[in-house]
Design a protein around this ligand. Structure first.
Ligand SMILES: [Zn+2]
Length: 58
């Protein structure tokens, strides 16, 4: 059983979100769906956050 990835609150510091997501702070931006923080920019961009994608798969 996979644990659902936690949504990152939009109020979270981009530096902290970058550490969790394994990217640069400048790549952090809002999820297209829930506005939670995701890797929004760059070659490995994930416009929809991990929590939303996990919810879709479920
Ligand atoms: Zn989301």
């Amino acid at each position: 059983m996979d644990v659902l990835p936690r949504r990152l609150e939009p109020t979270m510091d981009p530096g902290s979100a970058a550490i969790i997501l394994g990217c640069e702070p400048r790549q952090i931006g809002p999820c297209a769906r829930c506005q939670g923080l995701t890797v929004r920019y760059g070659v490995r961009a994930e416009p929809v956050c991990r929590a939303c994608r996990a919810a879709e798969r479920a």
